[in-house]
Write a protein that binds this ligand. Structure first.
Ligand SMILES: [Zn+2]
Length: 179
């Protein structure tokens, strides 16, 4: 391997029980968004007090349709809420849990807010910027990096998304039940 090859990112620490708890909360937020006709994606910004306990600082769920806002992704809303609550845009002692792999915009927001840990559930092969299409949060050229922890409660998140899109198709075309 040539010497100039970029070094592998440090392996992330394994997820804590608190990360799973926060992902469960993010899934609740995602489900509520789905009930309102939004693609079900939720995010929680939190402070890990111990490996078992976390304090929620900001929450968000996708509101793109309701707000007619292409920026109203769950992560952006959770990060903004957390920064407001902290009175500081630097979130370097906080973590984020999100039910779907962040897109380039949200991955950029995670870098810019200096979050210390990114935990996500399902991969997004079409738009994900944290392993699928690119690895934005791990780019060594950026001045802040986060190695994502992926696959946390991924099946629950994938199921939620599948159910949402299935019911959407059935609404549009009530006669085809199984496609
Ligand atoms: Zn996004």
């Amino acid at each position: 391997m040539p010497e100039s090859f970029p070094p592998a990112a440090d392996p992330p620490a394994p997820p804590d029980p608190a990360d799973f708890d926060m992902m469960r909360r993010a899934l609740q937020l995602a489900r509520a968004a789905g009930d309102m006709g939004e693609v079900p994606i939720g995010a929680v910004v939190y402070r890990a007090l111990t490996p078992d306990h976390a304090q929620i600082v900001g929450e968000g769920a996708n509101r793109r349709e309701i707000d007619n806002d292409p920026l109203a992704h769950a992560e952006i809303l959770a990060i903004r809420a957390a920064a407001q609550a902290q009175g500081d845009w630097r979130l370097s002692d906080l973590r984020i849990a999100v039910t779907l792999e962040p897109c380039p915009m949200c991955a950029g927001a995670i870098v810019n807010s200096r979050l210390s840990r990114l935990v996500f559930a399902a991969f997004d092969p079409k738009a994900g910027a944290c392993g699928s299409l690119m690895r934005l949060t791990e780019d060594p050229r950026l001045n802040h990096r986060v190695t994502p922890l992926s696959g946390i409660l991924a099946e629950e998140s994938s199921q939620l998304l599948r159910d949402f899109f299935r019911s959407l198709r059935q609404e549009k075309n009530p006669r085809s039940k199984d496609d």
